[in-house]
Design a protein around this ligand. Structure first.
Ligand SMILES: Nc1ncnc2c1ncn2[C@@H]1O[C@H](COP(=O)(O)OP(=O)(O)OP(=O)(O)O)[C@@H](O)[C@H]1O
Ligand SMILES: [Mg+2]
Length: 243
């Protein structure tokens, strides 16, 4: 991170548990996390260490138990649930691990949803959606429903949808998991461009070493906590060791 970089996300001492009694799982045990504007930031760590939970909390889609979270200069702690929903709709895009496409809508309609929610007229929203589908290599699939597409194609529709309203913070949970190498690199080029636009930030959870080379920083998590952060030369060495 450059010294003058502004914070996109600062989370301090965040805790979150699920369930009660014997079935209680503590997913976040007081974790810290920091991502800056203008960077592509990867989050890595073993399955079950709390990556999706942390990013769902940062995206405002999941309520946390304790700790402070600031996103793009706004403290989420101080917002009501409806204010968090409005903030997310305007500023945050989320690509879910399970894609979460709406099965009854066509691909163009799915990609249009964030724009329609922000008040864009249907014709303009669908025009933008068609352009984005073209960019992710699905220009000919706009009228199809998600169930008619392969897993990798559905993942690219989810990516187009998350990019549609040009959110300042884009959070992607395993965005290349279902993609072949070449398509994965095309998608990463698209996400890198978004990350490096002024005032924006892209955070990606990944198990995919093929994309480590795109990172400006990598946060490693372990057992509900931050383990370490890699940048600069240690990051370069880490990327080299995974080539
Ligand atoms: N809705 C839920 N109800 C109960 N437990 C949950 C829930 N969501 C997550 N957990 C638990 O919290 C812990 C962290 O889960 P999380 O999904 O954040 O892990 P992850 O790091 O994203 O894993 P993966 O790499 O497999 O996606 C796990 O032990 C998981 O079983
Ligand atoms: Mg996960």
């Amino acid at each position: 991170m450059k010294p003058e970089s502004k914070s996109a996300v600062t989370a301090s001492g965040v805790t979150k548990s699920f369930g009660v009694g014997d079935s209680r799982t503590v997913a976040l045990k007081g974790t810290d996390f920091h991502a800056a504007e203008g960077e592509l930031h990867l989050v890595v760590g073993p399955s079950g260490c709390g990556k999706t939970t942390l990013l769902s909390v940062v995206a405002g889609t999941l309520k946390w138990d304790a700790g402070d979270i600031q996103v793009l200069g706004t403290k989420l702690n101080g917002l009501s649930p409806s204010e968090i929903t409005a903030f997310r709709g305007e500023h945050i895009g989320f690509i879910f691990q399970q894609f979460n496409l709406i099965p009854t809508l066509s691909c163009v309609e799915n990609v249009s949803v964030p724009l329609l929610l922000n008040g864009t007229k249907r014709a303009a929203a669908e025009r933008k959606a068609a352009e984005l589908l073209e960019l992710v290599g699905l220009g000919d699939k706009g009228r199809k429903r998600p169930t008619e597409l392969s897993g990798g194609q559905q993942q690219r529709v989810a990516i187009a949808r998350a990019l549609s309203h040009e959110p300042r913070l884009l959070i992607c949970d395993e965005p290349t998991s279902a993609l072949d190498s070449e398509t994965g690199h095309q998608i990463m080029d698209l996400l890198s461009t978004a990350a490096r636009s002024p005032g924006r930030c892209v955070i990606i959870v990944t198990h995919d070493p093929r994309i480590y080379g795109y990172a400006d920083r990598i946060t490693a998590m372990e057992d509900g906590r931050l383990k370490h952060v890699l940048a600069g030369d240690p990051l370069k060495q880490f990327v080299q060791s995974h080539r």
